[in-house]
Every structure is written in structure tokens, then in C-alpha cells.
Design a protein around this ligand. Sequence first.
Ligand SMILES: *Cc1c(COP(=O)(O)O)cnc(C)c1O
Length: 341
Amino acid sequence: MASGTLHIDRAALAANYMTLAARSTGATAAVVKADGYGLGVELAAQTLAKAGAQQFFVATAEEGVTLRAALGPSPEINIFSGHMDGDTAHLKDAALTPMLNSPEQIVHHQAALPGHAYGLQLDTGMSRLGLQPADWPEARAHAAAATLLMSHLACADDPSHPQNASQLAAFRDMTDGLATPKSLAATGGTLLGRDYHFDLTRPGIGLYGGSPFTQARPVIRLSLPVIQIREIAPGSTVGYSATYIAKTPRKIATLSAGYADGLIRALSGKATLWHGDTPCPLAGRVSMDLLTVDVTDCTEPPEALDIIGPHQSIDQLAEAAGTIGYEILTSLGARYRREVQ
Ligand SMILES: *Cc1c(COP(=O)(O)O)cnc(C)c1O
């Protein structure tokens, strides 16, 4: 038996794309890096292409090769990491467009693949990827032939953060007067409003139902099967290091999934699972392949419990673990059976 069942709602994924696309003033790409945020890149990309996405982004050229096989020849596939050593054959064979990040990448790309499409990524204040303002007077000569001028916001999940406006101003400073298509906004930037949209928005997390797109339709439900249930007496301990000690008689269910499936150990003692409407708290530490859960309040012995579902979103689960929905999604393990609706 699989460690759990990951239910994926394709209609919800498509609906989230269409809602974000309807809000964008220009075109809307889909970001499907990290195996489609853990859902499976082929499924995610094909669903999003059917919903209307014609441009896609992934992090690496290898991801681009996989994506090209899933999508066929027509969609545009862009690579955030640009053109790195060893990428040339992938970029050429799979017709991928690197977002070049440095003067060195520009030189390398033009020497290795003259005439091959490229975009330019600009650093407007995140200090992570992209050409810096000091590189720009010289690199700007390559802007007219680029397919896209893009940058990324560091604080777009917080609309009140002053860095949003300062990065917008920096992006405008660097790109005003250039006719090349422009892109600044991921999910958060799309929600900041039209000033941030330019020609292309690039949402990722919002498509998959995550914050800050609070109106998103949930896309996944994660249900974990019960292997066995035991009754334990007061004073009994549960799990590694005996961190949970029963104060009263308890029913403890052992579930087939653990930190090797992306249910990170930081959830220990913090997460709640659900049997229908009944909350069932995690008891003790998360093991590699197992969870121990207090099911005393269930009216019947449960066969499975939900850890992500109607009562607990990916963001609520992330909060219990002290992390973000992105990390929960992209950690979803390979052992789950994926059931696609
Ligand atoms: C991951 C990523 C995105 C998508 O971001 P979300 O917050 O998931 O919408 C867009 N642009 C860049 C450069 C990224 O790295």
C-alpha cells in the first residue's frame, strides 16, 4: 500500500490559473519548477496549458527538458537560472529560453548558441539573481534582442512593505524606453495591482492554492491510511524519545507516512489531522515513515485521516511546522499514490 493518497484537483488548478489570468493586464505564464510545486510537472503543466498558459518557467535547464517532453513544441519555456555550464545542449535541443543573469552568462550564451532566444533577468533589490544596476549600462545593449526583461520582488507577500515600490521604481528605471516585453510579478506581485503587471505575470504558488492568493481554490487533499490502532494506559509514552506521555487512557492510531514523505519533523507535537470533522492531534514525534495520532475522540475507528484537506490548508499545516506552504508542497514525497480528479 502507498504511504498515503494525494488527491489532485485539476479543475481547481485550472480555475486558479484563470482567476489570476483574468486579473493580469497582460499575459499570464505558469511557474512549474520543482516538479510543479510537488504535484508532478507533467500533470500540472498539461492542465495549465489547457487552461490557457502559453509561457512556462522552471528553475533549471534539466527541468526544462522534462517540461518540453510534457508540453510538446509550441509553449515557450523559460529558465530562471539562465545559461550555466553544461546547459547548452539542453537549451538547444529542447528549445528553452534562458533568463541570463550576469555579463558572464550573456557572453557565454552568445558564444555557445549565437542567435538562440534569451531573456534578461535584472536585480532590482533582492540580491539573488540577475544583472545588477552597475552591469546595466553595458548589458542594456542586449535588451532589444531579448524575449523578456524580468525581475523578482522580495516582499510581494506583504503589500505594505516599502520594498515593493522601491523595486518597481528600480525596474522602471532600468527598463523604461525599451520595447522588449517585461515581467516583474509572481503571485504576490500579481495581487499588488496593475502597476506591477507589465506584459507578463508569472504566478506559481497561487496556482497550487497557496498564500498569498487567499481566494485560491484548494488543489490538493492528502489522506493517510491507518495501519493499526492501540489503546494505551495513563503513563504510557508514544514515539521516539518518549516525548508524549498519556495522562488518561488514549487511542493511538499509527499512520503510514512520515518525514520521508515531506511531513517534516518540525510538525512533531504540533500538527492536527482530521477524521471528517473530528480533530485528531499528532502524539509525539514524526518518524521517517510513520505518524502517531490521538484518535480517542473519533466515534468509530478511522481507516484514514486527512493532514491536508477542507479543515487544514497547506498554509495552516506549514504554520504549525513554522514554515511556508511552498516548502510543504515541494517536499511532498514520491511515495504517495496520486489520485487525479
Ligand atoms: C518561484 C518564482 C516565481 C513564482 O513565485 P510564486 O511566489 O510561487 O508565485 C516567479 N518568479 C521567480 C523568479 C521565481 O523564482
